[in-house]
Design a protein around this ligand. Structure first.
Ligand SMILES: CCCC(=O)SCCNC(=O)CCNC(=O)[C@H](O)C(C)(C)COP(=O)(O)OP(=O)(O)OC[C@H]1O[C@@H](n2cnc3c(N)ncnc32)[C@H](O)[C@@H]1OP(=O)(O)O
Length: 311
């Protein structure tokens, strides 16, 4: 079986969705992934968490896939409340990630908000209804699963931040490989000001991204960062002019990576993703498997025949 297929199966297993025995065995045989969040055994039924969160209505998360470019756009769509995430939107995002995991043509993903803003975090209507410890844990387990799978998807992902990315909205941006921000936009991990914490895995991902000292400063201050400050601490990758179309800019950004052979793009993302979270020898073994799956294949042979000069 092609490694690409196994990888896609493994991504599904990592997410613990549709975790049939053959898929699980494939993942374990490859030794690629740990099922760390299995430890929360009483809460590992993500399908029932999905049903639970579906009841907190409002907004949608919309997915558009372009089979020609291999680039998909995920839109957080709840404009009346600055794209705040309702329970239903969390469930939609769960479905969206599941859809992308089995999209064979996929090379890139753009995460954006509808209209002129990114996301104002958890919808306060939903938050008020689930404001007890049991429901908080459920949300956290559910969102950890969704954001981890989004980050590990074998495609290159970019969040485009316009307007505001606040609280959970800021956390969502860290579930992408890259972040682009319009000049006048702001981003803030403001949870501490509300007496809560990063419940969607953003604290862990931010620390991996920025290192301990800077992450602690961002999280413990609750400060709102403008684009210049966000770039200076490495939180974002690039600043876009305010009058640019962020989706066009994100497409342009991704095209530098997504113009190559789909297998090479997917494997490149996967190698980096596995290396980031695995012991060295394990990551090397994975890299070797990926390499052996493309070496001497038609794309490689064609490139050799073209005698390419890299200027
Ligand atoms: C569960 C994960 C943890 C978290 O996400 S903690 C963070 C939770 N988010 C918040 O506390 C957001 C608080 N909102 C704000 O600071 C501001 O509304 C914000 C986002 C900077 C936008 O400011 P402005 O551009 O001036 O717009 P505005 O305040 O007039 O907002 C327009 C309407 O949207 C509403 N809204 C904004 N964020 C919301 C949210 N997260 N949940 C529910 N409703 C929200 C806001 O109340 C306003 O509604 P209305 O027009 O007054 O009826």
């Amino acid at each position: 079986m092609a490694l690409r297929t196994i990888f896609r199966m493994c991504s599904v297993v990592t997410g613990l969705r549709n975790c049939g025995v053959p898929r699980k065995m494939a993942a374990e045989k490859m030794g690629l992934f740990t099922t760390h969040d299995r430890s929360i055994s009483s809460l590992d039924d993500y399908a029932s968490l999905r049903e639970h969160f579906m009841q907190f209505k409002g907004g949608s998360v919309d997915l558009v896939k372009d089979n020609e470019t291999g680039i998909a756009v995920i839109t957080l769509n709840n404009p009346d409340v600055k794209n705040a995430m309702t329970g239903k939107m969390m469930a939609d995002l769960y479905d969206t990630v599941g859809d992308l995991e089995v999209w064979n043509a996929g090379k890139g993903v753009i995460l954006r908000g509808s209209g002129t803003t990114f996301c104002s975090g958890g919808d306060l209507g939903t938050v008020r209804q689930i404001c007890n410890q049991a429901n908080g844990i459920k949300m956290s387990v559910f969102m950890h699963n969704i954001t981890s799978r989004l980050l590990q998807i074998p495609m290159i992902s970019v969040a485009t931040i316009q307007g505001t990315a606040l609280g959970g909205g800021a956390e969502l941006t860290t579930a992408c490989d890259f972040r682009l921000m319009t000049q006048g936009a702001r981003i803030g991990f403001v949870q501490i000001k509300l007496g809560v914490l990063t419940g969607w895995g953003g604290g862990t991902r931010l620390t991996k991204l920025l290192g301990k000292s800077k992450a602690l400063e961002v999280l413990a201050s609750g400060k709102m960062y403008d684009s210049k400050e966000a770039k200076s601490i490495g939180l974002i990758n690039d600043i876009l002019p305010d009058d640019s179309d962020p989706e066009d800019s994100a497409n342009e950004w991704l095209n530098r990576f997504c113009c190559w052979d789909p297998a090479a793009v997917s494997y490149t993302k996967s190698i980096v993703s596995v290396a980031e979270r695995s012991p060295y020898e394990h990551a090397l073994s994975f890299e070797r498997e990926c390499f052996s799956d493309v070496w001497g294949k038609p794309v490689h042979l064609n490139a050799l025949n073209r005698n390419i000069k890299h200027s």
